[in-house]
Unconditional design. Structure first.
Length: 249
């Protein structure tokens, strides 16, 4: 498999070491480690041009499109971040913000993803949950998560972390190769249908969204969603529509 490992660390520390362990341990897979810190990635200006008019209209000219091309070329993606102040790194957050239009128009439904965080003591669970929520909203099938603590760097700790890493990676590859897609969450369904609705109310303002939802009428893998999950999502979307029409339109 071609696996892209995106590292949100500004240095080749513990987070990079985990990815390098995977790369060195599985020569049968082509694992390409991409360090965000080595790229030219500008801060998002919040101008909403990518959301309103399409990502191609973004005024920033940096390595964003190169990252997207590498994601499309990969069979699966690992998103890895160190934990700073109980959350993911600023570099990983910067990349997420540059890809934010995918939250409106998820385009990675055929991509499998794994998220991993490395902390000293606390925060890996929070960082992983955030990445899992965001990347699933972009369409990724997030099928594996890994939380590691690098507290002492003792031999015992390293052996334990290495074992957890390789076991999680093997599970990730197995699920990706089987094509075991994850059903969308209730929030995935709510966001998809909310943005679809808003693009129908304001087709001129949300041109890119309007075009996207004309081509994709319902969330991919909709048939795999159980009845109660779909019902809850529909109720939440209907409540949003009522509030939106009452207070915003």
């Amino acid at each position: 498999m071609n696996i892209l490992a995106i590292c949100g660390s500004p240095r080749k520390g513990n987070c990079y070491a985990v990815l390098n362990l995977i790369k060195q341990s599985y020569a049968e897979h082509n694992v390409n480690i991409l360090m965000i810190g080595d790229l030219h990635l500008d801060m998002c200006r919040g101008c909403y041009s990518c959301i309103f008019n399409g990502e191609e209209t973004c005024p920033l000219k940096d390595d964003r499109d190169m990252i997207i091309k590498k994601i499309y070329a990969a069979d699966a993606v690992i998103f890895a971040s160190p934990v700073y102040v109980n959350q993911l790194s600023a570099l990983m957050k910067k990349m997420i913000e540059r890809l934010a239009f995918n939250g409106h128009r998820p385009k990675f439904h055929d991509k499998f993803a794994m998220v991993l965080s490395v902390c000293k003591a606390f925060g890996a669970k929070h960082a992983n949950q955030y990445m899992q929520d965001v990347f699933s909203s972009f369409g990724f099938n997030v099928v594996s998560t890994l939380e590691l603590q690098a507290s002492t760097n003792s031999i015992k700790e390293k052996l334990m972390n290495n074992k957890k890493t390789l076991q999680t990676f093997e599970s990730f590859v197995s699920k990706a190769m089987e094509g075991r897609q994850t059903p969308p969450t209730i929030m995935n369904l709510v966001m998809f249908n909310m943005f679809k609705y808003v693009s129908e109310v304001y087709p001129e303002q949300f041109k890119a969204d309007h075009q996207y939802y004309q081509e994709i009428d319902k969330y991919p893998y909709d048939g795999r969603i159980n009845y109660f999950k779909n019902l809850i999502a529909k109720r939440k979307v209907n409540n949003f529509k009522k509030e939106f029409e009452l207070n915003r339109v």
